[in-house]
Design a protein. Sequence first.
Length: 202
Amino acid sequence: MIRRLRLKFVLMNMAFVSVLLAAVFAVVQRAALSHPELSVKFLRDGKQELLTPGDGQLKSAIYAVMGRDIALGFLPVKGSGDGMSAEGFASLPSCCRGTRGYQHFFVNGRYIKSRIMTAAVEEAYKNQKLVGRFPGCVIHLTVKPGEVDVNVHPTKTEVKFQREQAVFTAVYGAVLSALDRDHTRPQAAIPGVKPSDTVTPN
């Protein structure tokens, strides 16, 4: 009986440590995506699991944190207006995933969870992705410090924007512009019509 209890305690402790390490690793990954100018290394049991180059390039940090396949399926995103800017990367419509776990949002360098930014990104992909698939992204939003309140949640990952509509518009516009500039998507071709020709309705 005592041996069973000891074994159960050991297994529970191992599970707790595993969950704790996963949470720590997630924090380290977000720090790397937040500050690509810093070289970030993560070791677990003496084994290197993450190393970012610290070259100041967000794409390099994404490559190291999220992997080659995801990084290669990302488009650069950039837009500004109304006193704020959105910059980063978002996935090609063909590279959307079955989970929102690949969406990362930052405001003034701080990792956040934002329903407004999530909605803006996904609205930009409307009619461009399969049902049940979600775009991945790493979006950095820069706003004036007085326009965002980071003290609305104990973990400080949820924030309140003074101008939510402006945030939505900035993120939506930046992502949609990137998708519109994407030339990798197949274009519909009309037989006998050259790209330079103009098609007018009868």
